[in-house]
Design a protein around this ligand. Sequence first.
Ligand SMILES: C[S@@+](CC[C@H](N)C(=O)[O-])C[C@H]1O[C@@H](n2cnc3c(N)ncnc32)[C@H](O)[C@@H]1O
Length: 347
Amino acid sequence: MPPLPEPADRLLLEESPIHPGASHTVLVLDSPELAAHTLSTGARTLAFCDSASEHHRLVEGVERVTPDEELDALDLVWGRLPRDLDALDQLCSWVAPTGAALALGGRTKHMSPTMNSVLARHFATVEASLGREKSRVLRALHPRTGGNRPWPRRREIDLPTAGGGASPLEIVQHGATFASGRLDPATALLLDRFDTMINSEPGQVLDWGSGAGIIASTLSRALPDASVVAADLSWAGWAATRDTVASNTLTVDAHWDDANRVLRERHWDLVVSNPPFHAGAAKDSSATLTMIDLAAEQLLPGGEVWLTFNSHLPWLARMRRHGQAEVVAQNRGYTVARLRPGRGGGR
Ligand SMILES: C[S@@+](CC[C@H](N)C(=O)[O-])C[C@H]1O[C@@H](n2cnc3c(N)ncnc32)[C@H](O)[C@@H]1O
């Protein structure tokens, strides 16, 4: 086996309370490389990665599972420590009933003492390793039994309806869902212009990076005859979209996938997004820049791209390469911009 590239994974090999072998059943989290290593020890290896790209990279022989599935008894759960407290809480709710010991590694700068408190809700013993290579491992032993599984969580938000006005939609949130299922201020600014966005009654609609499904569900409710597609790379985003859509008895075709792959597959009247500027913990514009270029190519005649974003981000300049891109709304922090390719603009 090649050495594990991530320092937190290497530290886990030393600091784990159990060293996997043929007699063990192990669940690996968010690390295809650690999953391949675990399989090579002879252990029965299950794995889940929140990112669809990483989940698809899991090697043959690893059993793919998701947090929707109830797990049988496990000896060890190990992998990457989620950065978000709700994501950690949902993870613990999922795995504690298996009786497994838990060992999660991460960058020390992304850890906080509150993570120990979250772990302590689910495990009687919580310990931290010494740090090395800017990383640390948290160990949680002796799972507490009982208690219910409070995930996913639900809240009602007033969202726009066709022809003005607003009425509530039930929004479902998994632990790692963007904005904890709340209305993000950039999304709120976009939805302030909802009537203009759907004025041309688009028939083929894509919500690129759908999170809790707020935009896709609002569109589906207002445009019952449209084909509304949503895609999120994160399981927690996709599952929240799926559950929000089901809770409100709407119809949205939701994909756990790279939205650029979904975008490429069809032609669209409307591509709408509150797009990411991170990939995992790292700042990364590439997926959004690709999306702007691809969307301009994949639009049907008269089609539009609507983006909402932090005003300092360079998306408007990129949109302007493809035609007429205009600011539709702006406040102190955020900009909503519309691209109509082929009209004016150009490289
Ligand atoms: C800023 S959030 C917006 C979520 C939601 N649309 C909203 O307005 O609340 C961006 C979303 O894009 C997702 N994402 C990031 N990269 C992606 C990609 N390549 N394909 C699909 N979704 C992606 C993230 O998981 C996240 O849910």
